[in-house]
Design a binder for this molecule. Structure first.
Ligand SMILES: Nc1ncnc2c1ncn2[C@@H]1O[C@H](COP(=O)(O)OP(=O)(O)OP(=O)(O)O)[C@@H](O)[C@H]1O
Ligand SMILES: [Mg+2]
Length: 274
């Protein structure tokens, strides 16, 4: 049994206009994430990556299928039962500028989930210090506001907040996409270290194959609401089986100009063959 088991997940949004048909954006997704595992989810914009993450978090209604967590169905959970899951499933979003409450100090942001769980003020204070150490921020950050921190630092605060209740699973939706390249690398390494330390699983969403290859154990490729390919990260991101993954791979930027040229030509051949 995997920690997270998604089976035949379907999600529809209401169509636009009078009597419009609902618009199905996920057409039956099967995906599982093991304990301590990182599964990367890639695909072009609009393919449904965020919607899968939001379904796991209970933020979009399901039109069909099931989502099990630790063997228990969590698909239709609402209210108190869903809130109870918050200590097990957490999320890190893309934009560190809007995901942190601007009027709360870092100390309060990190302590809030702990207090909700019933921690005493004293225990929460100690735990906040250790969280700041974990994400390599100075302890005096507790008294400061989000605006006093850079994008990379804010994303580390968001990661600390996600880690606060010691969750088993963290949905990471483009967590490094808003950061510059060197900060991306730092935050990715931090996430990898934290996983070793905590054993948390990541469902790691990104449009960037290089990022996903670096952090994931397995990679799943999504195309217009269908999974096209799942397998070991190196295999899927270097020698994929599916034509769509090949195109995605060729479209991803490469630092080496020679490899870039090679990709451009291979892409032209693929397109010409269609
Ligand atoms: N709340 C919503 N209401 C209606 N349609 C939605 C809603 N959320 C998403 N969609 C549609 O569902 C599809 C998948 O969107 P989703 O945000 O999951 O894509 P994505 O793969 O995360 O894209 P990106 O890489 O741009 O973040 C899109 O066609 C989008 O327009
Ligand atoms: Mg998205």
């Amino acid at each position: 049994m995997s920690l997270l088991e998604i089976e035949d997940l379907r999600v529809s949004f209401p169509g636009k206009g009078f009597r419009a048909k609902p618009n199905e954006v996920l057409h039956g997704i099967d995906l599982d994430v093991g304990a301590g595992e990182t599964v990367g989810l890639v695909g072009e914009s609009g393919s449904g990556k965020t919607t899968i993450g939001r379904a796991v978090l209970g933020l979009v209604p399901m039109a069909g299928g099931s989502i099990r967590f630790g063997g228990q169905e969590i698909g239709g959970l609402a209210g108190k039962a869903r809130r109870g899951l918050a200590s097990h499933i957490q999320v890190v979003f893309q934009d560190p500028y809007t995901s942190l409450n601007p009027s709360m100090t870092i100390g309060d942001i990190l302590a809030e989930p702990l207090i909700v769980q019933g921690a005493t003020a004293h225990d929460a204070r100690n735990r906040v210090r250790s969280l700041l150490d974990k994400v390599e921020l100075p302890r005096d950050a507790v008294d400061r506001l989000p605006r006093e921190f850079s994008g990379g630092q804010r994303q580390r605060i968001a990661i600390a907040r996600a880690l606060a209740p010691a969750p088993k699973l963290i949905v990471c939706d483009e967590p490094v996409s808003a950061l510059d390249l060197s900060t991306q690398a730092l935050v990715l390494e931090l996430l990898i270290d934290l996983q070793r330390e905590t054993g948390a699983s990541y469902l790691f969403i990104s449009h960037d194959l290089a990022v996903v290859r670096h952090i994931s154990h397995r990679v799943t490729v999504l195309y217009r609401g269908d999974l096209v390919e799942t397998g070991p990260a190196a295999k899927v991101t270097r020698t994929p089986d599916h034509e769509y993954t090949k195109k995605l791979l060729l479209a991803s930027p490469v630092a080496d100009p020679e490899a870039q040229q090679h990709n451009r030509e291979a892409r032209k051949r693929l397109l010409a063959a269609e």
